[in-house]
Design a protein around this ligand. Structure first.
Ligand code: SAM
Ligand code: SF4
Ligand code: F3S
Length: 464
């Protein structure tokens, strides 16, 4: 991993000045709307974007069409994510015809892809600002330039390796917070675009992470989710991830979760933490991707099926009730029927609480995009459907086993499907709906689980 470099304070101060300059402008957008696509990393970035726009004097507008500035924070992990982002951008062209002063900004992983910004500049000249993942912190300067130069600004930086500290933020939730502990990825799984668009691994210092956790705790956070593409590679000033976790646990925030863990780097110390730490929730997202050693080798995952199963055994040894979730890719180039069956067998053996299943999507610039792929799309669709059916049946069985238990739920929201109900998660990460109103949001409530549905549990409040 590269030496960590923090963006200098002078540069951050310069950006603060641009925020003030924009705020003082007479003719500037008054409202903003952010569309956040992709993973939690983007969600967290969107909170910083919202912070910067707020400092520039803009107010949040919940209705996209009514905002003066619309920003798309894009994802490109699979082709459909990219198509969705581009489809949205094309739609904005129509909106701009009726609203010429609308400022359209597009950033995030998709714009960081090689050649993408140039293509977008040519094909979508109505976009006012295109920026990438490495220069997000310069948004104030770019917005100011769009407003003063009155022509599109396209700025995507190739350099990465920097850590940005001290950005303003508008958090989505007061009681649940994302905390980045590291950025980028060095693993280069052969199918994955993330290392190409998010750059090399770099960790924040433990002090910066702890300071942020304490701040969130002081603001009322009941749960924090530590984020990184591979948190197990965390190396902040020599401290390893397990050490960091022990330090954070001592702060006393009631719930701690983290994602994502790479199976090749899941240390015994970290496994032990699930048995020892009071606030670490019994839940782990541990993407296996495939059940066949040959496919794992060609994916460059650098672990075997046996190693993965051994990790599961150890985890359940220290924490029998741990809820394991996973990501699975179907139809990786050259995947034979037998290799797919190995994934099915692994899923039966592990019995994940939930798994995200994807059909392999070739991403330009990744190695696997060049691998010969003879499996017809129809076969891949058939395979993924079998996998989904299997996983759903297992998930339902796991949920049914929860019936009759009393669980402490951190209430997150009012249920949209179920009027008069609220929803929240158990320590293991299962979603539970139960009768209640919005006053319970952000609170811990003891709930008896009364029934299990396809993806959620139902329950009733006890003692309240
Ligand atoms: N860093 C995490 C990890 O190692 O598992 C997650 C990275 S990615 C944002 C989330 C998931 O998307 C991956 O675990 C993988 O299953 C899936 N994915 C990534 N690239 C893909 C591709 N080209 N086609 C299909 N699925 C892909
Ligand atoms: Fe992508 Fe692999 Fe890195 Fe995860 S570990 S982000 S799947 S390259
Ligand atoms: Fe996340 Fe998509 Fe980027 S999954 S890291 S937003 S490519």
């Amino acid at each position: 991993m590269k030496e960590r470099l923090t963006v200098p304070e002078e540069e951050m101060l310069r950006q603060r000045e641009f925020m003030k300059l924009v705020k003082a402008m007479e003719h500037r957008p008054q409202t903003y709307h952010i569309v956040s696509m992709g993973c939690q990393m983007n969600e967290r970035d969107s909170e910083s974007i919202a912070g910067m726009l707020t400092e520039m004097g803009l107010a949040h507008q919940p209705v996209r069409e009514q905002a003066d500035l619309i920003l798309y924070n894009t994802c490109c992990v699979r082709e459909n994510a990219e198509n969705k982002a581009l489809g949205n951008v094309i739609w904005l062209k129509e909106l701009k015809k009726t609203k010429p002063e609308l400022m359209i900004c597009v950033g995030g992983c998709m714009t960081q892809e090689k050649g993408m910004a140039a293509m977008m500049k040519k094909r979508y000249p109505f976009i006012d600002l295109i920026y990438g993942t490495h220069n997000l912190y310069r948004l104030p300067e770019y917005v100011w330039r769009v407003l003063t130069e009155r022509r599109p600004v396209v700025e995507v930086m190739d350099i990465d390796g920097e850590v940005v500290e001290g950005l303003p933020e508008v958090r989505k939730s007061k009681f649940m917070g994302f905390v980045n502990i590291m950025y980028g990825c060095d693993n280069f799984c052969t199918y994955c675009i993330v290392p190409h668009v998010r750059g090399r691994e770099r960790s924040r210092t433990p002090e910066a992470v702890i300071e942020e956790c304490v701040r969130l705790q002081d603001q009322g956070a009941q749960e924090i989710m530590l984020l990184g593409q591979n948190v197990n590679s965390y190396r902040g000033g020599g401290a390893e991830f397990a050490e960091l976790l022990y330090r954070i646990d001592r702060l006393g925030i009631p719930r701690i979760r983290f994602m994502t863990s790479h199976p090749k780097d899941l240390s015994d110390e970290l496994i032990q933490a699930f048995g020892e730490l009071k606030h670490l929730m019994p839940q782990l997202h541990l993407p296996v991707q495939a059940g066949s050693d040959e496919v794992l080798r060609r994916m460059n995952r650098r672990y075997t099926r046996a190693h993965y199963l051994e990790l599961v055994r150890k985890l359940r040894g220290v924490c029998p009730d741990i809820g394991l979730t996973s990501d699975l890719i179907v139809g990786f180039p050259g995947e034979t029927l037998e290799q797919f069956e190995e994934t099915m067998r692994l899923v039966r053996e592990v019995r994940f609480d939930a798994a995200y299943t994807f059909i392999f999507s070739p991403r330009k610039g990744t190695r696997a995009a060049e691998f010969p792929d003879e499996t017809p799309e129809a076969v891949k669709s058939e395979r993924i459907q079998r996998l989904i059916d299997l996983q759903q049946a297992i998930a339902l069985e796991v949920l049914e086993q929860q019936v009759g238990r009393v669980e402490t739920v951190l209430v997150e929201s009012v249920s949209t499907r179920d009027s008069g109900s609220v929803g929240g998660k158990t320590p293991r990460g299962h979603m539970v709906n139960f009768p209640g109103d919005s006053r319970l949001i952000g609170q811990f409530v003891d709930v008896e689980i009364t029934s299990a549905g396809r993806n959620t549990l139902r329950g009733r409040r006890i003692g309240g």
